[in-house]
Design a protein around this ligand. Structure first.
Ligand code: ZN
Length: 449
């Protein structure tokens, strides 16, 4: 009876503290203004760029201004790939009859020869189809990967996972059959004119075997596909002059509130500070960065003094290398730091729906026990699953990883394209996400694992 009564009090305290965090986020939050600056004053923050360095300086100065215990920069070498002048492409249905199409080079792609590439183009529905067609059909041509994202998947990240292999490995695989270049349908559920970039890999292919790769907008992919059915002899032309430079030094930006009772137990909250160069990276992942910074701000604002060390980490170079995530884990390991929990926000700044948890069954059950505290905020999706790329390298026995799961229906309208812009982030949605993150971290800090 006494125990039951005590539990009731504890629950009320938690409800009250969580309500305070949500109230503070919605009335005194700083995240939206930080995002405004990152997006509109700095812009796209590709690793190794001037903008990436500006973002490092800006977020460090803002963390300094919060009056938390420590703020520092963690050096890390990152790749530097530069898009160069805008890409250009068209298809030619008969000599001199051309239609321009919107493309963008995939991140890490080589350039075309200076005059571009013009060749016949062959459509495939995915990497598997290359072997069916064989070298006879592919050699000397441009391969057009046109597998769409599956609209019936409610979790749009699953639809993304199911076709992103054509972007990531399409050039490597098509070159084995003698292709001259590849064009990939953008990872976008919507039909529009934005090409979406993203990382790709040549594996261990030597320079001379690498073929250029570009994404094409979904509207242009539909048009090209229809035109090819009417006339398989269509020629495709594209030109891009992107370039890879030697690695440069950059930084993870880190700040912490040192724990009052168990400072040696570290809880990480983070997102990635780099973005692609198209658009301003507001959803991917400016939102996750400012939400993570906001967690510390909300603890300060509400006067909550954590027992454990709460550390915000803004990881550099998630998009085209994951060097920041790897570096952070490497340093944590070398210093024998004890991380108990890491939470990443890298799924857009949309209305929060819940969390994915990557940890033991016992620890998952523990988190599930807190679910009712989130239900008043309509945050109720608690599932086991992938947490986030940057915190992945920390994974080890006993550590619990988690990812904020916002509504994903509109995410791929923006992801990696010029349509990832500040005006597409809703202030309240962003703030509710930050409050949800702060609430989960509050519970982990209070109860531990
Ligand atoms: Zn991201």
């Amino acid at each position: 009876m006494i125990a039951f009564a005590y539990l009731g009090v504890a629950q009320n305290t938690d409800q009250d503290q969580i309500k305070k965090l949500y109230n503070a986020a919605l009335t005194e939050g700083k995240g939206y203004d930080w995002l405004n600056y990152l997006s509109n004053q700095i812009g796209g923050r590709l690793s190794g760029s001037v903008q990436a360095q500006q973002a490092v300086n800006y977020t460090k100065s803002q963390l300094d201004s919060l009056g938390i215990d420590k703020v520092w920069l963690q050096p890390v070498m990152v790749p530097k790939w530069v898009r160069g002048t805008p890409e250009f492409a068209y298809f030619e249905t008969s000599p001199g009859v051309t239609t321009n199409v919107a493309i963008c080079a995939l991140g890490g792609s080589v350039a075309t020869p200076p005059k571009g590439i013009k060749a016949n183009i062959i459509e495939v529905a995915g990497i598997e189809q290359l072997a069916t067609l064989g070298k006879d059909m592919i050699e000397g041509k441009i391969v057009f990967f046109n597998k769409p994202m599956d609209p019936t998947q409610i979790n749009t990240f699953s639809a993304y996972s199911n076709c992103v292999d054509q972007r990531y490995a399409g050039a490597l695989e098509a070159s084995k059959f003698g292709a001259l270049g590849i064009i990939v349908r953008s990872m976008n559920l919507r039909l529009d004119d934005f090409p979406h970039t993203g990382s790709m890999s040549y594996g261990d292919q030597t320079e001379s075997n690498r073929i250029p790769a570009a994404a094409i907008s979904t509207n242009a992919a539909e048009l090209l596909s229809t035109s090819l059915k009417l006339n398989p002899d269509i020629k495709f032309y594209f030109k891009q002059n992107c370039k890879e430079f030697p690695d440069v030094e950059s930084y993870n930006v880190i700040g912490e509130i040192t724990g009052s009772a168990k400072p040696e137990e570290v809880i990480v909250v983070g997102g990635h500070l780099d973005s692609w160069d198209l658009g301003d990276g507001s959803h991917d992942d400016g939102a996750g960065c400012v939400q993570s910074m906001e967690v510390l701000n909300l603890f300060k604002t509400t006067g909550y003094r954590p027992k454990r060390t709460i550390r915000v980490v803004l990881f550099m170079n998630e998009e085209n290398g994951l060097r920041g995530g790897n570096k952070y884990a490497e340093v944590a390991e070398a210093k024998k730091e004890k991380h108990i929990f890491a939470l990443e926000s890298d799924s857009g700044g949309f209305t929060p729906r819940g969390f994915t948890i990557d940890g033991s069954d016992k620890n998952f059950e523990k988190v599930l026990g807190w679910k009712n505290l989130f239900e008043p905020y309509l945050v109720h999706y608690f599932e086991k699953g992938f947490s986030g790329a940057d915190i992945g390298p920390l994974k080890k026995e006993g550590l619990v990883l988690a990812g904020l799961r916002p509504d994903s229906q509109r995410y791929f309208d923006h992801h990696h394209s010029d349509n990832d812009r500040f005006e597409h982030v809703n202030r309240r949605e962003l703030e509710l996400g930050a409050a949800s993150m702060a609430s989960l971290i509050y519970l982990v800090d209070k109860y531990g694992f």
